[in-house]
Design a protein around this ligand. Structure first.
Ligand SMILES: N=CN[C@@H](CCC(=O)O)C(=O)O
Ligand SMILES: [Zn+2]
Length: 397
């Protein structure tokens, strides 16, 4: 069964040969894209959908979220808006609430969050463990995540947890646990390892231990780095060949040069920067230096309680100095690159671009051009979403 989507006012493809096409059409055959070009040249198909001049982009690839959690931290957010600063310790509050939730509750919460993301145009999604922090709880989070999202990262090294006496347990002993029994317990469910390399969380040496053990177990690497200061996370990520280093708010010229010369993607998290009143990550500087930049939502209860990639992309244009084409590319192809999914892998088609052979993940806006994401911030512009060739969001008429 093939479907011709035509009447596309503006098509953003991420194809370097043809990044933008006016008056375009796309043919979907099964779960992949079979043809892309000008509407006047389009071949016939079994079905024809006329999009009345609306813009089409690849579905968002959200490469950084923390969806497996229970509880509420709005009071902490309110205190921050009144002048408090963000600290890693808040993770412990969510850990308590998450441990207390049943499997059914957590599964339903994750399902609702995935549904919300898809309604906002997200078609490929990563999420992390990291609010369990015991062998059993991390394994449970990984199992629940694996049933609901495309890629799961093991973030046992999110925070050194507190013991029964209310004090943080010994950090080195906790790292031993993460590298040993915890890694073994989550291994069936995860393909990535992540670590929070930051003051108040894990030192570069502890982070290195975790990342090396996970790499030896066959996991790809990602790092939360340079969020609260120059933590050494960027240098470590580049040295170990991590696929992505995320946050990157506080980077030196040396960090920027290292990212420019590396395969490690710099993932910026604009909604998190606003919610923590942090200096915005220097996405413009990173792009100008030649680094690959991704944009992700970092949806989590502490620093960024939104999965709206429309909002993140609009903010990247309004506040970070990216053009709309750069921002859309970072939130689609960039996210895919951060997950090493911008090319076909293990027989599965590439994601993050509208090119022949890629997975048919399509996001249609109720607007004639993608720039409306920044021009009309906060408006519900997602009109239709196709995931692997199936329409999963349709307009309410
Ligand atoms: N920075 C570390 N982890 C999350 C926040 C987690 C939390 O505060 O609950 C982040 O990516 O921002
Ligand atoms: Zn995060």
């Amino acid at each position: 069964m093939s479907e011709l989507l035509t009447g596309i006012g503006e098509l953003l493809t991420n194809d370097p040969e043809r990044p933008k096409i006016a008056d375009a059409a796309v043919v979907v055959e099964g779960e992949t894209i079979a043809w892309v070009g000008e509407a006047s040249q389009a071949p016939a198909a079994d079905r024809r959908t006329f999009l009345q001049g609306r813009a089409m982009l690849p579905g968002w690839v959200d490469s950084h979220t923390h969806l497996v959690f229970a509880g509420d931290r709005s009071a902490e957010f309110g205190a921050r808006m009144a002048g408090e600063s963000y600290a890693a310790g808040g993770i412990g509050v969510t850990t308590g609430a998450t441990r207390a939730a049943s499997d059914a509750t957590l599964t339903a919460l994750v399902g609702d969050r995935v549904h919300e993301a898809v309604k906002g145009g997200t078609t490929y999604l990563e999420t992390k463990t990291g609010y369990g922090l015991t062998v059993e709880e991390e394994a449970r989070a990984a199992r629940i995540a694996a049933a609901s999202v495309d890629e799961v990262s093991f973030l046992g090294a999110h925070l050194v947890p507190r013991g029964d006496d209310g004090e943080p347990v010994d950090a080195e002993e906790y790292v031993d646990l993460v590298c040993g029994p915890m890694l073994e317990a989550v291994r069936p469910y995860v393909s990535w390892a992540d670590v929070f390399c930051e003051e108040g969380a894990f030192t570069p040496e502890q982070s290195r231990r975790v990342l090396e053990a996970c790499r030896d177990a066959g996991l790809g690497l990602r790092v939360h780095g340079n969020q609260l200061g120059e933590s050494g996370g960027v240098a470590l990520a580049v040295e170990l060949g991590a696929a992505s280093v995320d946050h990157v708010n506080f980077v030196s010229d040396v960090d920027v040069d290292a990212l420019a010369g590396a395969d490690t993607v710099a993932t910026v998290l604009p909604a998190c920067d606003l919610s923590t009143r942090a200096p915005l990550a220097p996405a413009r500087r990173l792009l100008d230096a030649g680094a690959t930049v991704a944009i992700a939502s970092n949806c989590n209860p502490g620093t960024s309680y939104t999965s709206s990639m429309n909002f993140c992309v609009g903010t990247a244009v309004l506040q970070m100095g990216l053009t709309i084409v750069e921002a859309v590319r970072a939130a689609t192809w960039g996210g895919a690159r951060a997950l090493r999914r911008e090319v076909a892998r293990d027989g599965a088609p590439a994601v993050g671009s509208i090119t022949v052979g890629a997975r048919a993940d399509l996001h249609v806006l109720d607007a004639p051009a993608a720039i409306h994401l920044a021009y009309r911030p906060g408006m519900p512009l997602t009109w239709g979403v196709w995931r692997a060739g199936q329409q999963v969001v349709a307009p309410v008429l």
